[in-house]
Structures are given as structure tokens and as C-alpha cells.
Design a protein around this ligand. Structure first.
Ligand SMILES: [Cu+2]
Length: 495
């Protein structure tokens, strides 16, 4: 029985942090066009795989009649063989809001294909999702109790049936068992006890093997460690190391995909107050490591977040910390950018304006209601000049109107978000290519929201996202104006 208790205790011992690619922010927020319909999509990812994802779709216009969804692999076999789609339910109070659930059966880079139908015909879009078990769910105490009771009942039952059978099966009716029968019964019961204990042991081992392999899968998808070394005083070398030993074999750093022009987006954020931030783009070295020549930086501890997308379209964020000496480096160039200012302050009302160097500023149109976690929001930022009017010199920064980084004060949440949402552009491109292979489903003029805008950009940029948990956050909003990258910083308290 002790073994059974141990097996159950093992099961109840489930304490893994829910972390993910993007760190601590597993849900997917997306804004884009399904043919003629503009949709806002939220995918709430399950904590375990297989598990149920919750899908919410809001249509911008009122002419969408039905929305169907189906899960697929993002790339490779199965990425174009769609099972029968499920119909989303229309909200009773709001005909533009659709909800439904979807079983996700496997881990890895998946996509949720969304098919909208309405007055303007049909349209499709595809939302890449990173599917992985975030933790081992503990067994419910009532279920554990019931199983233990059943096990006891079966064990005692099996032993007593074997004993009774050996003692009384060959007796004539009305006869009482003699000493020989009793001896045979004791032997049968002893043998059965040994057999049952053997069975329980095998069962416990089986359970243990399953549990270990599940735990390994959970560890496999934890954010890999960013192992950093400083060479020659200013060259930072970054290597990824997965929590599970199989990670390095399976994730080929030599084949990561370029994500909005760069193989890696590296963020160095001053600890603990986030009063300095660098957004850099390391180059890949021969052996799968990455390296970047640092700009001049003051000595101190820094948090490291490094975004990559593997060849299957699965996004990973390497996480680490580094203690840097005073670095004498070269000036920033290309897409690299930096910001410095006041440390994070957390007040209920937070901050909604951020001054830019040329007396322009970024204003967060956050409304007056308190910020809530796990609510899909459109984070809208207005870049305005001295005169209070939106600036007219905005241009694409790495192909997009803006980039936003959401960081929780304790660094357990990090999300790099774009106007199209929380999905890396490299994964979106793979999903888009999948749609392209079926031209009948691809209406003309379809473009990804927020990518490769042409012509002058409006002085407003919006990011669909939701805070994954309550706490204090700093939001870095990065835009490009007249060839210069500018960063606005906003602090927010989330309930
Ligand atoms: Cu970006």
C-alpha cells in the first residue's frame, strides 16, 4: 500500500511554473483579415496537451454570419490535411462575437485555421499557435481517494476470492473445511498477495515512466537558458541550452528562421528597475551560437531575453541574466535601438504619456477603467508632436508600424508584440504560405495586418494583446520616425 501512496504522492507533486515561448504569456492574440472580414482572434491555450483551447473571435463588421475553426500542424505533413471544421457559437448579446473550443492533441507549432462566411462571401485566415504542456496537472483529491479505495477493494477482494476458492471449491454442500483445506487456502492467499504486490509494482513503474516522460515534455518546452559570455570586452556570445537534454539535438540553431529581418531579437534590460533597455540583433556564428558587438553600456546586472523561431515555426525565448562590466562599444546602427530613463514605478493610474527626445511624445489611449489580466485589449498609442497633432514622419521599423515589449516587474512575463498581435512574424509567414497553397481560399488583396506597410504611416499604432496575470508591467513601445528609432515607456498596474 505504501507504494500506491508513493505513486499518488508523485502525482500530486506537480509544481512547474507556467512559462512559454514569449515568457509566461502562452495565449495568442491576433488581428487580421479573413478575406473581406477584419477579425480579432484570441486563443486561450490549455495548460496540458492534449487539452482544450478556447477560441474567441470578434468581427469588426456585422456581416459575418458563420465562423468555422480547425487545428492543423503549421508545417510539414498534416499542415494541409484539414479535418472537418467546428462551428463557433455566436454570442446571444453580441452578434459580432463568436466563441468555441478546440482539442489540441499534439505539442509543437500548430495553427488554427479560421473560415468566415457572410454577406461578402468567404474568407480564411490562419493563426499559428505554440502548443505545449505548461505543467503537470495535479490529480483531484476526490479522484485520488476514490482510486485508492477501489484499489484496496480489488486487492482485498482478489486475495479473499483466491483464499475462499482454495478452501471451499471442492467441498460437498454442507461440509465444513478441514485442516488440509485451510492450509491450501493459506498457500493460495500468500501466492495471491505476492502476485497482487507484483502487479501493483508493475503498475507503479508504468505510472512512473508515463509521469517522467510527460515531465520531460513539460521541461522540453520551458524557455531555454541564454548562456552568455563576454569576449574582448564588448562582444556578447549567446548560446541556447534547453532544460531537457534533448532540446539541443532537436532544435537546430543553424536553421532558425528570420523573424522580421533578423534571426534573433535580443533584449537587454537593466535589473531590477528596467531603467535601461537595448533591442539588438545578434548574428549567427558557425556553431549555432549567436554574437553581437555591444554598444557602450554601464556596468551592472541585466536581464536577457532573446527571441528566435525554429524551422518548424515554433517561437522560443531564451532567458538569462548577465553581470556586465562597463562596456566601451560602438554606436548603435541599423535596426538596433536603446532607451534609458526612470525606473519602473507602480501606481494605480500608471503612466500614459512618454516624452520623446524631440519634444514629441507617445500617448497611450488606455481609457479610465482599471486594467484586468486575461482580457484581450487593443493597446493604442498615439505619437504626437509639440502641437498635440499626430506626427507625420512615422515609417516602418523592421517592416512594421511598431514593436511593443510587455515585461512584468519580476521578469516572469515577457512578450514581444506587433500590430498583428503576439505571434512572431516568421510563424505568420508560414501560416500564410499554407493558405496560399490553396488559391481558391485566398481572396485577392489579402495582406497581413501591420506587415510591410507602404507609404507614410499614420501617427497611431495599436497592438492586440492581454496581460497574462495581475502585477506591475512596463511596456516599451518602439516606432521609427524620420530614420530614428524612438521608444516610449509606460507603466501599468494590472488587477
Ligand atoms: Cu518586433
Amino acid at each position: 500500500m505504501k507504494m500506491a501512496f508513493r505513486a499518488l504522492a508523485l502525482l500530486l507533486l506537480a509544481a512547474a511554473q507556467p512559462l512559454s515561448a514569449h515568457v509566461g504569456s502562452p495565449d495568442v492574440y491576433y488581428e487580421g483579415d479573413a478575406g473581406p472580414y477584419h477579425l480579432f482572434v484570441t486563443v486561450r491555450m490549455p495548460q496540458v496537451i492534449p487539452g482544450v483551447a478556447e477560441i474567441q473571435v470578434r468581427a469588426e463588421s456585422g456581416d459575418v454570419q458563420a465562423i468555422r475553426i480547425v487545428p492543423l500542424r503549421l508545417t510539414g505533413p498534416g499542415s494541409n490535411l484539414a479535418p472537418t471544421p467546428d462551428l463557433l457559437e455566436v454570442s446571444k448579446d453580441d452578434p459580432q462575437f463568436f466563441t468555441g473550443t478546440l482539442w489540441l492533441m499534439e505539442s509543437g507549432a500548430l495553427q488554427v485555421r479560421i473560415m468566415a462566411e457572410g454577406a461578402k462571401g468567404k474568407g480564411e485566415l490562419s493563426v499559428p499557435v505554440a502548443s505545449f504542456a505548461q505543467r503537470t496537472l495535479p490529480m483531484q483529491k476526490s479522484l485520488a481517494g476514490l482510486l485508492l479505495l477501489l484499489m484496496l477493494l480489488l486487492t482485498v477482494g482478489a486475495i479473499s476470492i483466491a483464499g475462499a476458492g482454495a478452501r471451499e471449491a471442492s467441498l460437498e454442500p454442507g461440509m465444513t473445511p478441514g485442516p488440509a483445506n485451510v492450509r491450501r487456502s493459506r498457500i493460495a492467499m500468500t501466492v495471491t498477495v505476492i502476485l497482487v504486490l507484483g502487479l501493483l509494482y508493475v503498475g507503479k513503474s508504468w505510472w512512473g515512466v508515463e509521469d517522467t516522460s510527460y515531465q520531460r515534455r513539460v521541461n522540453f518546452y520551458k524557455p531555454p537558458r541564454a548562456e552568455t559570455t563576454l569576449e574582448n570586452g564588448n562582444r556578447l556570445v549567446i548560446r541556447a541550452k534547453g532544460e531537457d537534454s534533448r532540446w539541443t539535438d532537436r532544435i537546430n540553431m543553424g536553421r532558425v528562421l528570420p523573424d522580421h529581418n533578423h534571426l534573433m531579437h535580443l533584449f537587454l534590460i537593466a535589473l531590477p528597475g528596467m531603467d535601461r533597455m537595448w533591442h539588438l540583433h545578434p548574428e549567427r556564428l558557425q556553431e549555432g551560437a549567436f554574437a553581437v558587438d555591444l554598444p557602450s553600456m554601464p556596468a551592472g546586472p541585466y536581464q536577457v531575453f532573446a527571441d528566435i523561431v525554429d524551422e518548424r515555426g515554433f517561437p522560443w525565448t531564451l532567458v538569462g541574466t548577465i553581470e556586465l562590466p562597463q562596456v566601451e562599444g560602438k554606436p548603435l546602427a541599423g535596426d538596433d535601438s536603446s532607451w534609458s530613463g526612470a525606473p519602473l514605478v507602480t501606481t494605480q493610474q500608471g503612466s500614459n504619456t512618454s516624452q520623446l527626445p524631440d519634444s514629441a511624445r507617445i500617448v497611450w489611449e488606455r481609457g479610465s477603467s482599471p486594467l484586468k489580466s486575461n482580457v484581450a485589449m487593443d493597446f493604442k498609442f498615439r505619437v504626437e508632436g509639440k502641437d498635440g497633432k499626430p506626427v507625420e514622419d512615422m515609417e516602418p521599423y523592421m517592416g512594421m508600424a511598431g514593436h511593443a515589449e510587455f515585461v512584468r516587474s519580476d521578469f516572469t512575463v515577457f512578450a514581444h508584440v506587433h500590430p498583428s498581435g503576439s505571434i512572431p512574424m516568421a510563424s505568420l509567414e508560414l501560416a500564410q504560405a499554407g493558405l496560399m497553397s490553396d488559391p481558391s481560399a485566398m481572396p485577392a488583396g489579402m495582406a497581413m495586418a501591420g506587415t510591410a506597410p507602404s507609404g507614410p504611416l499614420p501617427g497611431v499604432v495599436a497592438f492586440p494583446y492581454g496581460f497574462p496575470q495581475p502585477g506591475d508591467y512596463r511596456i516599451f513601445v518602439q516606432v521609427k520616425r524620420a530614420g530614428q528609432v524612438e521608444t516610449g515607456v509606460f507603466d501599468a498596474q494590472v488587477e
